[in-house]
Design a protein around this ligand. Structure first.
Ligand SMILES: [Zn+2]
Length: 232
């Protein structure tokens, strides 16, 4: 568990080191130049009306949005509160002492093609004495998503983080996402993928796992079409 947290901290610190070592404006300028060059190489004229502001816009979008996860330390966004009933307005679903949060947006970029991965995550966990509010889950997912990713690794990173940070008795993370690289390349395989990661009690108890997957999969669109059993 400690190793996981250390790894996350290292990722966060690495992420902070590079953008801070140069001024942000310098990074925007450098990336703007690279995007302008990309436009030239693919046969475009970066000076034509429609493209004039594109390189800078793309550079800012990458640094401010698509890759901002490198700057976020998930720990900082996590405020833990005791199980004793504060924050009752949060829209989490409690089931047999299991907290289930679903429809958490996933916006990431595939590390193989630099194209978007778009989907949703569902997180189930069995709290020890630490619980999180709904919005905090979205922030954790955001911190790990807003960087170059593979869906499998993203799913595992979120599960490991919640498992370690909340000292949860069990954690399950299910992500259903569409990969735009598969769509654009015309690959004859599903462009959507479902991944899951289980820790603790969900790993050890197949019945418990099955019950929670039933609930989570009823919230997913893909599992109604594809073989839901693959999740179990
Ligand atoms: Zn890809």
């Amino acid at each position: 568990m400690e190793l996981v947290l250390k790894a996350i901290l290292m990722v966060s610190l690495e992420g902070e080191a590079s953008p801070n070592s140069k001024s942000r404006e310098k990074l925007y300028k450098e990336l703007t130049e690279i995007v302008r060059r990309l436009l030239e190489i693919i046969g475009e004229d970066p000076e034509r009306e429609g493209l004039k502001e594109t390189p800078e816009r793309v550079a800012r979008m990458w640094l401010d949005e698509l890759a901002r996860g490198y700057l976020i330390n998930p720990d900082e966004h996590v405020k833990i509160f005791n199980y004793e009933g504060d924050n009752g307005e949060e829209t989490v679903e409690m089931w047999n002492n299991i907290v289930i949060v679903y429809d958490i947006p996933v916006r990431s970029m595939c590390e193989h093609h630099l194209l978007p991965i778009v989907g949703t995550a569902a997180i189930a966990y069995i709290p020890s004495n630490k619980v999180l509010g709904f919005s905090k889950f979205a922030r954790i997912v955001d911190a790990f998503s807003r960087r170059l990713q593979m869906q499998e690794r993203l799913t595992n990173q979120i599960a490991d983080f919640i498992s370690s940070y909340l000292e949860a008795k069990g954690v399950m993370v299910v992500i259903e996402a569409m990969h735009l690289c598969a769509l654009h390349r015309g690959v004859k395989e599903p462009i959507k993928m479902v991944t899951r990661a289980v820790r603790g009690a969900f790993e050890e108890d197949p019945n418990l796992r099955r019950e929670v997957i039933e609930i989570i999969s009823s919230k997913l669109s893909l599992t109604r079409i594809f073989d839901k059993n693959k999740l179990f």
